[in-house]
Design a protein around this ligand. Structure first.
Ligand SMILES: [Zn+2]
Length: 265
């Protein structure tokens, strides 16, 4: 874990810095709120989420991966594949099951109570990327542990996937206007800012699409892909939450009476 703090931290920080600089040089969507107002809120939410990730989710993932390795459980171990094939398949299967988890977060009312906190941001940029309720990350510990055990992922590959997931999350939440042709090419493989922006649209049908995290293939596979909505016309957020919410409100949101997220006030 200490080694992950160095190389994983460098990969994630590098992705955040590049995306932050790029979205300021070449913004994709116009802002609806001042950046400073959102940065203050998002920075606190990100700090709590990062602590939960580092102190709960990552240690749990490593512990479960080590226990699975000792016990020899998991589909990929039972298949006894060559190491490279096993590593590639582990990465793909982790990403597919993270797609399933994201979709569940939108479909199961209890999980949505937590995940909607991420979707209440009124603009979308790299500061939104890690603005999650800490409770969502705690709930994901059980899912992530089950993924690692069932697939048969060792601690090293589990951490490599984690660093890639965080870097991809920074990238596809960013407000970085890539040349359209380049973005279309990238999007054949990866989730890109225009594609994920549609997932944060105020329109229900658009929010309920584009659940992939690293590879864009899962939305094609499950027929939940939605592209072609112009980024400049997107309204970001949820209809029931059109005013900016402070940190205490955001932290309380899962525990109070829920507004129907897609019915405008
Ligand atoms: Zn979502």
């Amino acid at each position: 874990m200490t080694r992950f703090d160095v190389w994983g931290g460098a990969v994630i920080a590098g992705a955040v810095i590049v995306c932050f600089a790029a979205e300021h040089r070449r913004p994709l969507r116009p802002r609806s709120r001042p950046l400073g107002e959102r940065l203050a809120t998002n920075a606190l939410m990100v700090a709590l989420a990062a602590l939960t990730l580092r102190l709960a989710l990552l240690p749990a993932a490593v512990a479960v991966a080590s226990a699975g390795e000792r016990a020899g459980v998991g589909v990929l171990r039972w298949l006894a594949l060559p190491p490279t094939a096993a590593a590639v398949l582990a990465f793909l299967l982790l990403d597919w099951t993270v797609y399933v988890w994201h979709r569940l977060n939108h479909r199961a009312p209890f999980l949505w109570r937590f995940h909607l906190v991420h979707h209440t941001d009124l603009d979308l940029d790299v500061s939104t990327a890690f603005r999650f309720h800490a409770g969502e990350l705690l709930l994901s510990v059980a899912w992530r542990s089950a993924q690692i055990l069932a697939i048969g992922v060792s601690p090293g590959p589990a951490l490599v996937y984690e660093a890639a997931l965080e870097a991809a999350t920074a990238f596809h939440h960013s407000n970085w206007r890539l040349p359209l042709a380049l973005e279309r090419t990238l999007n054949r493989v990866l989730v890109t800012p225009r594609m994920h922006g549609i997932h944060h649209s105020i329109r229900e049908a658009e929010t309920n699409s584009n659940w992939s995290v690293i590879f864009s293939w899962w939305d094609r596979l499950h027929r939940t892909r939605c592209v072609g909505v112009p980024a400049q016309t997107l309204r970001i957020g949820l209809p029931a939450y059109r005013a900016p919410l402070g940190v205490l409100r955001l932290l309380a949101l899962p525990f109070v009476r829920q507004r129907p997220a897609f019915t405008p006030r």
